[in-house]
Design a protein around this ligand. Structure first.
Ligand code: GLA
Length: 517
């Protein structure tokens, strides 16, 4: 190569580098200008304080383009797309939505930029003020939507042989929600084995949401500081002749935003088995960001198979709020019980709204496979003792799981009496496992009957009205003309009922429950 060529090369090199430098400078300054003009652009995370060492983050992945903000929001179990925005850094409102079954779930966030931080929040209830959180910039990609694993092909999961009668025990959610910990669970186990409940059949002590932490380097699920040693806790519960239940979600996050089993189904099932877990409540929640309702059976099948594979007897409880007619496919995916409704609350309206709506599902209940109208609220204080008796009686007529949801360490004698009525429990647990049905209704009064083993029948006369009411049973109409004995299951007395009719007085919101043979 001669000098002239060399010179030409050097010149070309310098010109090109100059252009490159210039271009970089322009694009940097453009980007700078962009971020000056659009300071909301970025990936922001807000951490929620918790008392258990698990940090839950909400992610706001925003792209500001002048007066328009687009992007996504990931918070607890949800992943929203921003569909509308107003305002800018000094104050903005974001409307976001996500598909959820047959509906669209919508949220509105409000926020503003303060220095380098984002103040952002939303109203959780219309009558409540906004709870603001502070969000910081985090690297792009953090909190991104996980990649979707295709659901498996449907195949029938063999029956695990469990829950021949509806499961009985206790669950932490209704009373304790996120305030459940190892010491409380031990206290509940102590109480249940001393207060007559264990003898009455309550055996499962079920920990609901908020026990989870993240995962270790091998992907093993970890417990948070509220549950320092799950295996030791299981041993403690087992020594009392009781069983331990746990909770998870097929999604990346649980309802409360804790770690779910997504992508770790078999690994988690193995962990539960190694800990000595006897029952799993598997709650759809976070799975809705990845899967449609139509895909539920395949997703539930995955855990059904994983549990079977552990060879440990683990009752499998499906919790997906009765969507997609779960009663039709629950048994096929290995389910022993399936929630038929949204969450129960400790009110008369909630309890009766759920309980009396179960009539059409009667044919789907059978030994090993139960409709689950949600856990009991008995003793939580929102209803009267009369109403709690109605709750207990209705759940027994429905062959529903009996999972107490109150603080068993601290109960009134009336609460214990309602929860441990052995004659009512015997109806719930009856061997033939046939769910009761409504056979008569007039105004606010209803009669339900349930066929029992040995040719007996349970009859419940419900008064949904506020005032005491008289109902006349016509034995012939109930198909019970040949009855020999009638026993009142709350009075614990045989009663004389000569003649074709039997008039009963039922207290407002009350029940009379009979066993007829
Ligand atoms: C859902 C379930 C509840 C409870 C909570 C926990 O709402 O339906 O029973 O498990 O999640 O976060």
């Amino acid at each position: 190569m001669n000098r002239k060529h060399q010179l030409q090369r050097i010149t070309v090199y310098f010109v090109l580098s100059g252009i490159a430098l210039f271009a970089t400078a322009i694009s940097t300054s453009l980007a700078l200008q962009q971020s000056i003009d659009n300071p909301l652009t970025g990936n922001w995370a807000a951490s929620s304080p918790s008392n258990d060492g698990y940090i839950r983050k909400a992610y706001f992945n925003l792209k500001q383009d002048g007066g328009t903000i687009t992007g996504t929001i990931r918070a607890t179990q949800f992943f929203y797309k921003i569909v509308k925005s107003t305002g800018g850094p000094d104050g903005f409102v974001l409307e976001a939505s996500m598909p959820d079954g047959r509906t669209e779930r919508k949220v509105t966030y409000e926020g503003k930029l303060i220095g380098n931080e984002l103040q952002i929040g939303r109203r959780t209830r219309p009558d409540q003020p906004i709870t603001f959180q502070t969000a910081q910039r985090v690297p792009d990609g953090e909190g991104a939507m996980p990649a979707r694993v295709e659901p498996p092909t449907l195949r029938k999961v063999p029956y695990n042989g469990l829950a021949k009668s509806p499961p009985m025990g206790w669950n932490s959610w209704n009373k304790f929600a996120g305030r459940i910990d190892d010491a409380t669970v031990r206290g509940i186990a102590d109480a249940i084995s001393k207060n007559g409940m264990k003898e009455a059949g309550y055996v499962y002590i079920n920990i609901d949401d908020t026990w989870e932490a993240g995962r270790d380097a091998q992907g093993n699920i970890l417990t948070n500081t509220k549950f320092p040693d799950m295996k030791a806790l299981a041993d403690y519960v087992h020594k009392k002749g009781l069983k331990l239940g746990i909770y998870s979600s097929p999604g990346p996050n649980t309802c409360a935003g804790y770690e779910g089993s997504y992508g770790h189904e078999e690994q988690d099932a193995r962990t539960y088995a190694a800990w000595g877990i006897d029952y799993l409540k598997y709650d759809w929640c976070g799975a809705r960001i990845l899967y449609t309702d139509e895909e539920m059976p395949a997703i539930y099948q995955k855990m059904g198979e994983a549990l079977l594979k552990t060879k440990r007897p683990i009752v499998y409880s499906l919790c997906q709020y009765g969507r997609q007619d779960v009663w039709k496919w629950g048994p096929d995916v290995g389910g022993n019980l399936w929630r038929t409704t949204g969450d129960i609350r400790d009110t008369w309206d909630s309890m009766t709204g759920i309980g009396f709506r179960q009539n059409e599902l009667a044919e789907y209940a059978k030994p090993g496979h139960w409709n689950d109208p949600d856990m009991l609220e008995i003793g939580n204080g929102g209803m009267t003792d009369v109403e709690y008796r109605t709750h207990m009686s209705l759940w027994a007529m429905l062959a529903a799981p009996l999972l107490a949801g109150n603080d068993l360490r601290n109960m009134t004698p009336a609460t214990i009496e309602v929860l441990t009525n052995k004659e009512v429990i015997a109806v719930d647990q009856d061997r033939i496992g046939k769910q009761g049905r409504q056979v008569w209704k007039s105004g606010e009064q209803e009669i339900w009957t349930r066929p029992l083993s040995g040719g007996a029948t349970a009859v419940a006369i419900f008064n949904r009205g506020k005032e005491e009411s008289k109902v006349t049973l016509k034995w012939e109409d109930l198909g019970l003309a040949n009855k020999k004995t009638v026993r009142d299951l709350w009075l614990h007395q045989d009663i004389a009922t000569a003649g074709p009719e039997y008039p009963v007085k039922v207290a407002g919101h009350g029940v009379v429950m009979l066993r007829v043979k």
